[in-house]
Design a binder for this molecule. Structure first.
Ligand code: ADP
Length: 656
């Protein structure tokens, strides 16, 4: 590989005859184009080496008062890394060793030298230099990648931790501070937007650095789809859209895949479909294609929304591309979702296809190949059974009925809706008193529609267009007796009597306590018969959960603690692994440990190790700022892994 370029050689020789001899030998070396510079003393040689780049240096041992060894040592000290070959007039084993120890590539005796030997020595030295510089380059590149990884993990953690405090407190204030709802909602929305951007940018940089690792574990298809469907259904219902899911044929019970990434892709496509559709429906179709050789799972997300033009379709998978449009601008995405999903699917060996028609709707389909050795058991799609199956944490009753939740704040509406729907009933939403009245009227008139009247209504007090008190007065004026529960901000405490006289049946203060909400709703809804026994359990004191929070950032810890308390959980904070272990040894009947893995200089996994050894039944919920590496996940089998900032709705999933 050196044959093609000029090799620059510095020949340090004070004797003219020896110089000419060496130069002749060098010029005879076949296939090597060598240009020679000469220096006659150590000083000149060192200055040439520091001034210019040489591929090789040949040094005579005797150089006036100094020796080639002096030159060798100084050159190496100055950082000269190319090979240096020592020339001497006589064979001397001791000197030979000293030269090699000082870093010489070879040691040649002038009198015994012939052209072939000379050539061999030079070629060998150059080849070794190439191998060495390749190794150095590789190590350097690896170190750079590692440094970048560390930087990203750090950055992610450092950005997420303060966001936990910002979003957590905002969520709490949203529940309690009736006066500043609009401002708080702006903070919350922007905080969440920042978080989504952060997630997307980190994902993209991981993809760019080829550092995105995909897990390959068993994924239960029905459980995954139920999870995605339950989550997205709330967003769809909230926009008045129908979200349907069906599978024309049986599906594999489980496939080998990365569940988090698969979920991310599906959520990206479905939330886009919901985001860009104002009327109609979003249909998810899951099918399995198998021609014997090529097995694949196909997820199709079809909407009846604004559609995408042919020109735009080419663009949407590129990072930061959003189809410029009034609608898109108000929806506040990052334009990175599809770029990431597309890359994730590509890494899974599949592809995403789009067909779309402007103003008619779009259809995104994802094709993911399934491993031949995936489980071959086939099952029908069953999101309902999986969605309603109580989580291992929950002893919640399964209730039947129809509930209307009226609140102008989307996040609160969906959170309360989520808490209720996990208990069993079907949830509907309204954004203000007037919309609530319309929905109540259409549901009441069962003859005209197939809708069922509501069994209970949860009504926020402060709403635009028509507030909760006016709405309940109108409801009562029309003779409708459906129970209505007022949702009030905490600073309205004491006015319970007042609300009851206005026509409300009950009052719940925000932040809504999950246990209280359950208790209240139970009074108005029938339990599904087979679950009556379980339903009676819900009020038992043993259901009060005790959570240990292990987090060194005081603000983040307080925010998480406040969120957990809002869900009716007792909390205790420790900032160090030692403190946490001490707390675990106490009498407190801990149910969960919320564990940050970066505790200053300490590793949170110490606590996980302790729990694994002594309190194996305790549920560890990891609160991580960066992605958890797959082997850690496998080793500890964490109950849940929540990415910071932790949000109320995620926590409520763990506790309801
Ligand atoms: P984001 O949704 O954050 O803007 P995406 O990468 O997910 O970013 O989508 C890029 C763009 O593609 C969107 O801004 C939108 O213009 C267009 N798009 C994606 N999905 C749909 C859809 N279902 N209907 C219409 N337009 C869509």
């Amino acid at each position: 590989m050196n044959e093609l370029r000029v090799t620059r050689l510095l020949l340090v020789e004070d004797d003219d005859d020896d110089y000419i001899l060496a130069r002749d030998y060098i010029s005879e070396i076949p296939f090597l184009d060598i240009s020679i510079e000469r220096a006659t003393n150590v000083e000149d040689a060192l200055s040439a080496l520091s001034r210019e780049t040489f591929d090789l240096c040949l040094v005579d041992y005797r150089l006036g008062a100094m020796t080639g060894i002096d030159l060798l040592k100084s050159a190496k000290e100055n950082g000269f890394s190319s090979p240096i070959i020592m020339l001497t007039s006589q064979s001397d084993e001791e000197l030979d060793q000293i030269a090699l120890d000082a870093g010489a590539a070879d040691y040649l005796v002038k009198g015994e030298l012939n052209a072939a030997q000379f050539a061999r020595s030079i070629r060998y030295a150059l080849a070794r230099r190439d191998v060495e510089s390749e190794r150095v380059e590789r190590v350097k590149a690896e170190q750079e990648v590692q440094a970048k990884d560390r930087f990203l993990a750090h950055l992610s953690h450092e950005l997420r931790t303060p966001l936990t405090a910002i979003l957590g407190y905002t969520e709490i204030l949203l529940h309690t501070d009736a006066e500043h709802q609009t401002e708080l909602e702006v903070i919350h929305r922007n905080g969440k937007h920042l978080l989504n951007l952060l997630n997307d940018v980190l994902d993209l940089s991981k993809i760019a650095a080829n550092k995105l690792e995909l897990l390959n574990v068993d994924v239960d298809i029905n459980a995954l789809l139920a999870d995605v469907y339950t989550l997205m259904r709330m967003a769809a219902i909230d926009k008045g859209l129908q979200l349907n899911i069906h599978a024309p044929n049986l599906l594999p019970k489980s496939i080998k895949a990365d569940p988090t990434r698969l979920r991310q892709i599906l959520i990206n496509l479905i939330s886009n479909a919901v985001k860009f559709t104002d009327k109609g429906h979003v249909d998810i179709t899951v099918s399995c294609s198998s021609d014997g050789v090529d097995n694949a799972l196909i997820f199709m997300v079809q909407d009846s929304g604004i559609g995408i033009s042919q020109v735009q379709i080419e663009q949407i998978f590129k990072p930061f591309v959003q189809v410029a449009d009034v609608v898109t601008r108000s929806t506040g995405g990052s334009g990175l979702g599809l770029a990431i999903s597309n890359e994730l699917v590509r890494r899974m060996g599949g592809n995403i296809r789009v067909t779309s028609q402007l103003n008619q709707g779009s259809c995104f389909s994802v094709r993911i190949p399934i491993d031949a050795d995936s489980d071959q058991t086939r099952v029908p799609l069953d999101v309902v059974a999986h969605a309603e199956a109580p989580s291992p944490l929950s002893d919640a009753p399964t209730l039947a009925g129809h509930v209307l939740v009226a609140d102008d704040l989307r996040d609160i509406r969906t959170l309360i809706g989520h808490l209720i729907s996990r208990l069993g009933p079907e949830v509907h939403f309204a954004r203000d008193g007037q919309e609530a009245l319309q929905k109540i009227a259409s549901h009441q008139d069962a003859k005209q529609t197939e809708l069922q009247p509501f069994d209970v209504i949860f009504m926020d007090i402060h709403m635009p267009i028509m507030d909760g008190v006016s709405a309940v007065k109108r409801i009562r004026a029309t003779g409708i007796k459906t129970p209505v529960v007022a949702l009030t901000a905490a600073n309205m405490k004491g006015s319970r009597e007042h609300f009851l006289t206005q026509g409300f049946n009950d009052v719940l203060s925000k932040p809504v306590d999950a246990t209280l909400l359950t208790r209240t709703i139970k009074q108005y809804l029938p339990a599904k018969s087979e679950n009556v026994a379980r339903a009676d359990n819900i009020d038992a004191p043993s259901h009060q959960k005790h959570a240990l929070i292990v987090e060194d950032d005081a603000d983040a810890a307080q925010a998480i603690s406040a969120l957990l308390q809002a869900l009716g959980t007792h909390t205790h904070i420790e900032a160090t692994p030692q403190g946490a272990i001490q707390a675990l040894k106490s009498d407190t009947p801990w149910s969960h440990v919320f564990l940050d893995l970066h505790l200053g200089q300490d590793d949170g996994l110490t606590v996980a190790d302790y729990i694994q050894l002594h309190r194996a039944k305790l549920k560890i919920v990891i609160m991580s700022g960066a992605d958890l590496n797959p082997s850690t996940q496998n080793k500890y089998q964490f109950y849940a892994t929540l990415k910071k900032p932790i949000q109320l709705s995620e926590l409520s999933n763990l506790f309801t």
